[in-house]
Design a protein around this ligand. Structure first.
Ligand code: NAP
Ligand code: G4F
Length: 364
């Protein structure tokens, strides 16, 4: 029986990938972080929580990763764990670097020393293209990161490639463009919108504050993207692949369609708030997945319109069930408003910034 170790099992992609691997007959091990309140709700929603062997591990802690690899003795490692929120990477650049850049190198070192036959999947990202805003991006496009998150991910992308070429390890970079689902974290713009649309429709919320409405993304459906990860790892030769739909839409278009799904006009509810703009954003992403289609036979199926509809309808159904008093594992009721998070809500006060800077310097 094949064994797979999936890091980031509590995130969006981990459970979808785990479900796929279980269906393919794998024994699946998943790493999670020890937290004071367990967050296995996604695994529970997919009905696979008791089918995964859970191992506590943190990407910043080499010994826990060694332990995870020793216990699972995997044929394949899918490294999905990350500080994956671009906005937070501006607030926590050092932590983001430790997790997203050094974390993967820790795994590559373990594989190099322990067992060179272990295949390694690195969750790379379209954020790598950053400031390269041509019409479309593919595997050969320049990578010019625009955030601490993307810079850290670029390091991992390169290390996976370097260990493949220098030590002959089987490493793949999946350069995945944005992919969404009803299991998406609530801080990401798509789920923030669909959750708010559901709440507004049910009279639980008045308006929706968003940041940059003009930013354009290539949004696909997460389970299909997890299938692409699996396909890369089954191919005879390790390589890097862009996984995308080839279509791009603005945040405003997403919001418009989401409100239309419940018969509302987005302009009556959406407010663009400067506080939610990033210090530096990626303006347009649109991926060319021709290589993946040609070599792996992979192509996207769910359309943008279908994705938006699925996410809105799922959030609406969940809130309706919640209001009817039905208990079930779910993230939304306990989610704090983004506007209450101080670090992202600081007014531009020069004195205050100077004081904060002094405090930071003392800590160094
Ligand atoms: P996600 O929902 O944010 O999940 C991230 C996972 O990483 C969570 O399980 C999280 O655990 C875990 N994690 C965070 N810090 C960790 C640490 N220090 N040690 C161990 N685990 C840690 O992300 P996702 O959407 O599933 O994405 C999966 C991967 O693909 C990420 O690497 C992301 O950067 C990358 N990616 C995502 C997209 C996308 O559009 N979704 C596109 C391109 C690339 P907790 O639950 O405890 O926080
Ligand atoms: O949903 P987002 O936070 O996703 P972002 O930054 O594109 O990152 C996601 O996709 C990457 C792949 O390209 C992954 F690597 C990464 O891990 C993550 O999964 O923001 C999308 C766009 C941005 O331009 C942002 O500025 O939406 C804009 N936006 C506008 N208003 C907002 C908001 N983003 C968030 N999160 N919240 C807003 O209110």
């Amino acid at each position: 029986m094949k064994r797979a170790l999936v890091t980031g099992i509590t995130g969006q992609d981990g459970p979808y990938l785990a479900r796929l691997l279980l269906a393919k007959g794998y024994k699946v091990f998943g790493t999670y972080r020890r937290v004071s309140t367990p967050n296995f709700w996604r695994l529970q929603q997919l009905g696979i929580a008791n089918k995964i062997t859970l191992i506590p591990a943190d990407l910043t802690d080499m010994s826990s990763l060694l332990e995870a690899v020793s216990i699972s003795d995997p044929h394949e490692i899918y490294n999905l764990a990350a500080q994956s929120y671009v906005g937070s990477s501006f607030d926590q650049p050092l932590l983001t670097t430790d997790i997203d850049a050094s974390g993967s190198t820790r795994f590559l070192e373990i594989i190099r020393h322990l067992n060179k036959n272990i295949k390694f999947y690195q969750a790379s990202t379209s954020e790598l293209y950053g400031a390269f805003t041509s019409q479309m991006q593919d595997e050969n496009s320049p990578m010019i990161p625009n955030s601490p998150y993307a810079a850290a991910k670029l390091h991992s992308y390169n290390m996976a490639r370097i260990y493949r070429n220098s030590y002959g390890l089987f490493t793949c970079n999946g350069i995945l463009f944005n992919h969404e689902s009803p299991l998406r974290g609530l801080e990401f713009v798509t789920r923030k919108i669909t959750n708010s649309v559901a709440r507004i429709k049910l009279g639980l919320q008045k308006d929706l504050k968003l940041g940059n409405l003009k930013a354009k993304r290539d949004w696909g459906f997460a389970p299909e993207y997890c299938y692409a990860m699996y396909k890369m790892m089954q191919h005879k030769h390790p390589d890097d692949y862009v996984i995308a739909t080839g279509e791009t839409h603005s945040v405003g278009e997403f919001a418009q369609l989401a409100f239309e799904t419940v018969g509302l006009n987005w302009r009556d509810y959406v407010i663009s708030d400067k506080k939610l703009h990033r210090p530096l954003d990626v303006h347009q992403l649109c991926g060319n997945h021709n290589k993946a289609q040609r070599i792996l036979g992979w192509k996207p199926k769910v359309t943008f319109k279908e994705l938006v509809k699925l996410m809105v309808e799922t959030d609406l159904k969940l809130w309706q069930k919640h209001l009817a008093g039905e208990p079930f594992p779910w993230d939304a009721p306990n989610h704090s408003s983004e506007m209450d998070i101080v670090a992202r809500n600081v007014t531009k006060d020069a004195n205050r910034e100077a004081r904060a800077f002094k405090v930071k310097m003392k800590l160094f």
